[in-house]
Design a protein around this ligand. Structure first.
Ligand code: NAG
Ligand code: NAG
Ligand code: NAG
Ligand code: NAG
Ligand code: CA
Ligand code: CA
Length: 567
């Protein structure tokens, strides 16, 4: 495929884009999305663990910072072996987080504020403590085939029984575990305590639609689907499971990376499942009214695969196949690297579907401050909000939270805890996350400086920059991205990224981001005079200053600015 040049991209938009105006944009297409990790957002009862009442009390904050919709990591009943990603009852709230009536109260408050609520939906597996699994172990009628069971193979040399295939689970170790009671192996792509459901079984799919309906009826605006690529596995017509080839990426035969996951990831049936769920949501909307219900898909897959999950005009799939490309940047990434990451998405998803979304963090990835450096947090917030489409912010990134190093002790060792520490609200005790004596994870000691209350009062804090970005994101030039020539992006030097957003009539914004630690001098970028409308902490300029781009503009190390020209 020919590489798309940025001029070419603009030309392409000129030639072929429908002249869709802001009015044609559905809410999710330009949404500011925000991920809440419920254990860590706000504790309401002093037990040191965040909960639903806590979230409800903080919804006003989401409104304040311009969030369209928030998605909550799982809040369902769970033995918490994988902190809620192991669900024992898909129809209830875990007591740690509250009750169904707390949830209903949350929805009422969210609706009155105009903040949409999206739930994490974990279809691939349940907890082994789910009654469905117990029924399946006991081969109860209707549940016999609910999970992926197999007798395994007989090793002809040793005469011993072996797992059906060589598959390795995502967290390491075999993907098959023997169940004494049923005398069969069951499949688990994640932990042993997370047996995979059998999605070729229509009964399982029906149960899952029923789960969706249950929460839609309670007023949710959509679902973020966990672990989409892992839903189906390859099974031969004769019932056997083919071994996966060695990848060459790891020397450890117990590690997930040891194999190339051609039979346990992104199997073709997954695409149809996306269409099935989207059709269900659309039918629900048609019947019940209201705004579009959305599907966000978590899939660490190629952009080409994500394109298939999105679907086309006849087969609609997930609206927001989450784009993790920017999460692969690190402290050494230059503006050209950023452009490369943007290109990968634009060359496929934008070209084919004119849709985009940008994720820079989640509960499985170290925070931007640690991954790229504290001085780059604002730069990344500027980039994801300046690009067209939906932005996805992990709680705390808007105030520049960083990882906490948490000692790993024995069984409770969880290497993803560092990015899951309590939200930092004020410089008070426990950052006002909890009134308890201790919190489930320690509050980052830097909370005295990085917290919502303090940052509200600092003109160029990460928080105030973030808020300003949200205001821009919903203004006409930023909404008109589907119009011809509505935007472009390029690396004007190795270290300076430029994004242009314009409504082509009265307004043009130039966003300049210096990713490097050197001063950058740019001559003759354009012929117009611009006003500084947003400046970051490293900028010597003030909002309201002007600059004539026919002459020169100087950018300090790690400076990002938004310039505005108007007719
Ligand atoms: C999954 O369910 C289908 C339909 O009930 C059944 O034919 C199939 O054998 C099951 N698959 C496994 C691996 O149990
Ligand atoms: C089942 O079918 C696959 C693919 O056709 C083949 O490779 C495998 O040897 C077969 N296994 C058995 C036990 O017949
Ligand atoms: C849409 O995608 C399906 C496959 O999922 C394909 O069969 C169909 O031809 C596509 N339609 C269009 C209009 O591209
Ligand atoms: C980013 C994300 O949500 N990752 C989750 C994927 O699914 C596994 C198993 O459900 C979880 O452990 C991850 O946290
Ligand atoms: Ca609590
Ligand atoms: Ca699966």
């Amino acid at each position: 495929m020919p590489k798309w040049t940025h001029l070419g991209l603009v030309a392409f938009l000129l030639l072929s884009a429908a002249t869709a105006g802001a009015a044609d944009i559905d809410w999710w297409e330009n949404a500011a999305l925000y991920q809440i990790y419920p254990r860590s957002f706000q504790d309401s009862d002093g037990d040191g663990i965040g909960d639903l009442k806590g979230i409800t009390s903080r919804l006003g904050y989401l409104k304040e910072i311009g969030i369209t919709a928030t998605w909550l990591s799982p809040i369902f009943t769970s033995p918490m072996s994988d902190f809620g990603y192991d669900i024992s009852n898909f129809y209830d709230i875990d007591p740690i987080f509250g009750t169904l009536s707390d949830f209903d109260a949350l929805i009422v408050e969210a609706k009155s504020l105009g903040v949409k609520i999206i739930l994490d939906f974990v279809p691939n597996h349940s907890s082994d403590e789910n009654e469905w699994f117990e029924k399946s172990v006991n081969r109860e009628e209707g549940y016999d085939d609910f999970y992926v069971w197999d007798d395994g193979k007989l090793n002809e040399v040793t005469g011993e029984r072996e797992a059906p295939s060589n598959w390795i689970s995502v967290f390491g170790g075999p993907m098959w575990t023997w169940n004494e009671k049923r005398q069969q192996y069951f499949l688990h792509q994640f932990q042993v305590k997370q047996p995979d459901l059998n999605f070729t079984n229509p009964m399982v799919r029906e149960h899952m639609l029923d789960v969706l309906k249950f929460w839609l009826d309670r007023g949710v605006d959509g679902f973020r689907i966990d672990a989409v690529p892992h839903i189906y596995e390859k099974r031969e017509a004769n019932g056997s499971y083919p071994d996966e080839p060695i990848s060459g990426w790891s020397n450890n035969p117990e590690a997930y990376d040891y194999h190339d996951h051609i039979y346990t990831k992104d199997q073709p049936a997954t695409v149809d499942l996306m269409y099935e769920w989207r059709a269900y949501l659309d039918a629900y909307q048609a019947e019940n009214g209201g705004d579009s219900r959305v599907l966000l898909a978590e899939a660490y897959s190629s952009v080409e695969t994500l394109s298939a999950y999105f679907g086309n005009s006849t087969n609609l799939g997930t609206q927001l196949p989450m784009n993790f490309q920017l999460m692969y940047l690190d402290g050494y990434s230059t503006a050209r690297d950023v452009v490369g990451s943007i290109d990968y998405w634009m060359n496929t998803m934008w070209r084919d579907h004119q849709t985009a979304n940008w994720v820079i963090g989640n509960h499985d990835t170290i925070r931007v401050a640690d991954r790229m450096g504290a001085h780059k947090v604002d730069l990344l917030n500027v980039i994801v909000n300046a690009l067209p489409g939906a932005s996805v912010t992990y709680y705390g990134e808007e105030i520049g939270m960083s990882n906490v190093e948490i000692a790993c002790t024995g069984d409770s060792c969880e290497d993803r805890d560092g990015e899951r520490t309590p939200m930092q609200w004020t410089p008070g005790q426990n950052a006002d996350f909890s009134s308890g004596e201790t919190t489930w994870l320690p509050v980052n000691p830097d909370y005295v400086r990085y917290n919502v209350q303090t940052e509200r009062g600092v003109a160029r804090s990460s928080l105030n920059i973030f808020k300003r970005l949200q205001a821009l994101k919903s203004s006409s030039a930023f909404l008109s991205f589907k119009e011809e020539g509505g935007f472009s992006y390029e690396a004007v030097t190795e270290q300076v990224l430029q994004i242009i957003r314009t409504n082509k009539i009265s307004e043009e914004y130039r966003i300049l981001v210096n990713m490097g630690n050197n001063m950058e001098i740019l001559d003759g970028l354009d012929s117009k005079t611009y006003e500084y409308v947003l400046v970051t902490a490293y900028s010597p300029r003030y909002p309201g200053n002007t600059v004539n781009l026919k002459e020169r503009i100087i950018l300090m190390p790690y400076e990002a600015v938004v310039l505005r020209w108007h007719a």
